[in-house]
Design a protein around this ligand. Structure first.
Ligand SMILES: Cc1cc2nc3c(=O)[nH]c(=O)nc-3n(C[C@H](O)[C@H](O)[C@H](O)COP(=O)(O)OP(=O)(O)OC[C@H]3O[C@@H](n4cnc5c(N)ncnc54)[C@H](O)[C@@H]3O)c2cc1C
Length: 427
């Protein structure tokens, strides 16, 4: 097995083309060139959550505004690329990013958890109030705890989800490697909308990659409440080619609308029929992170509606929401999307608080999914605000039947993407 570090960015021809489609990815300088406020205290922004969205927003505003970032973890561990670490292609340590590059831009980091957002101040768990002129919430997701009978967050050790920073993808790799010979690994996929829609199927691919080498009679069972899923034709073709007969998927036709988890028995019950497994990976239904609910920016969908020109909450004008917690419409929940949302929100806040010109908002999402070593598929879309939310203006996706060289180039581009996006988020 080949272990790879995460290479620094070098743009191949196809990457450069993708960058042209995703022109939003290169717009960073616009924000950083906004005029400084002279002769008065700088306006204050408090950013809650130091992940893909929050750290990016904080860095992009720090030159002109007084920015405080509230984040409980000293080190961020990216979920993006964690499936490749499960597969053994990336070291788990390569997923860890500290905040040195964020504070170096002048951002004040407070290692704490926000417990509420009052009028003009973020409240921390110890009661400290951080006054703001604008607040950016970027807390990512929370699980819907009552969405899956039998499952509870306290089962995380036995049945890890590894779907948030601080989750333990290492444990999933261990469980796959320790399956008994010919055993079954069961992945319960989430309903829509969820973070990184193709991630469960990439994870199943990486599990199959491990099992093919170590335990080739083992089986993977995907239990999926959705009728269809992202990049489905591409995954199905890849599984047929690389992992023939190893992966089965049960969808709603088999009763997956009615599921129960029995952690003690290691069973997933599908419409009354128990499926036994040796290890289970449950990815539960999702909603915006808890602080978004406490701040009053979520609606009954569980997500935070925002207007798509500035990522401003439709429910609280002093708060912007970026990343997976936000619902600007149309754009998938992905790190790439979170970064472009953060850029738009940061530019709008700088413009509003300093009088800097407001750049035209543009958004992009780009997502690579590994099916096997040297075989990655990709999807990239750029978006503009429309009357009902974000609208796609350009879209590219891998095709079935592609040449191995194209897939190999995608594989390399994914590593370049990880290096460049984490450099933009964390410096
Ligand atoms: C397995 C997997 C694979 C993925 N692969 C990809 C991929 O290939 N490409 C891609 O683009 N995306 C991918 N993603 C999706 C990506 O991880 C998310 O879309 C992205 O992290 C969202 O950024 P965010 O800022 O909204 O949330 P996060 O990055 O999760 O950051 C949220 C931060 O908020 C902090 N926080 C939460 N509550 C509070 C609080 N009350 N006070 C202070 N801080 C708080 C958390 O500690 C965390 O650091 C993947 C996700 C998974 C699970």
């Amino acid at each position: 097995m080949r272990m790879r570090g995460v290479a620094r960015l070098h743009l191949s021809g196809s990457e450069a083309t993708r960058r042209q489609v995703l022109h939003g990815l290169t717009a960073a300088g616009v924000i950083l060139s906004a005029p400084a406020v002279i002769g008065q205290a700088r306006p204050r922004v408090v950013v809650v959550g130091g992940g893909a969205g929050g750290a990016t927003a904080a860095r992009h505003m720090a030159e002109t505004l007084d920015v405080t970032l509230v984040e409980p973890n000293p080190v961020y561990r990216s979920c993006f690329f964690s499936n490749l670490a499960i597969g053994g292609f990336v070291a788990f340590d390569a997923l860890a990013h500290d905040y040195t590059g964020v504070t170096a831009t002048g951002v004040r980091l407070i290692q704490a958890r926000a417990a509420g957002v009052d009028e003009g101040a973020v409240k921390l768990e110890d009661g400290t109030q951080l006054a703001f002129d604008r607040c950016v919430l970027a807390p990512g997701i929370a699980f819907r705890e009552d969405s899956l009978p039998g499952w509870s967050p306290s089962d995380e050790e036995r049945i890890p989800s590894a779907y948030m920073t601080g989750g333990r993808p290492e444990r999933i790799r261990e469980q796959i490697l320790n399956l008994p010979e010919g055993g079954t690994w069961c992945l319960v996929a989430p309903p829509d909308p969820s973070r990184c829609p193709p991630a469960p199927y990439e994870r199943a691919s990486m599990a199959a990659h491990l099992l093919k080498q170590n335990n080739p009679r083992a089986k993977i069972l995907i239990v999926d409440p959705k009728a269809k899923y992202a990049k489905q034709a591409l995954f199905e073709e890849g599984w047929q080619e690389h992992y023939t007969g190893m992966i089965d998927r049960l969808g709603p036709d088999f009763g997956t609308g009615n599921l129960e988890i029995r952690p003690d028995a290691m069973e997933v019950v599908v419409d009354g029929m128990a499926e036994a497994a040796d290890a289970i990976n449950v990815i539960p239904a999702q909603q915006a992170g808890a602080i978004a609910h406490l701040a009053g920016v979520t609606d009954d969908t569980g997500w935070a509606p925002v207007e798509p020109t500035a990522m401003r909450s439709r429910l609280r004008p002093d708060v912007h929401v970026v990343g997976d917690a936000a619902h600007p419409g149309g754009i998938p929940k992905a790190a790439s999307a979170a970064v472009s949302e953060a850029r738009v929100a940061a530019a709008a806040i700088v413009a509003e608080l300093t009088g800097a010109p407001l750049p035209e908002p543009s958004y992009a999402s780009a997502c690579w999914s590994a099916i096997a070593g040297d075989d990655s598929v990709s999807e990239a879309t750029s978006f503009r605000p429309g009357p009902d939310g974000l609208e796609a203006v350009a879209h590219e996706i891998s095709q079935t039947g592609e040449d191995a060289a194209v897939r190999r180039a995608n594989w390399d581009n994914a590593f370049s993407w990880y290096a460049s996006i984490t450099a933009e988020i964390f410096g």
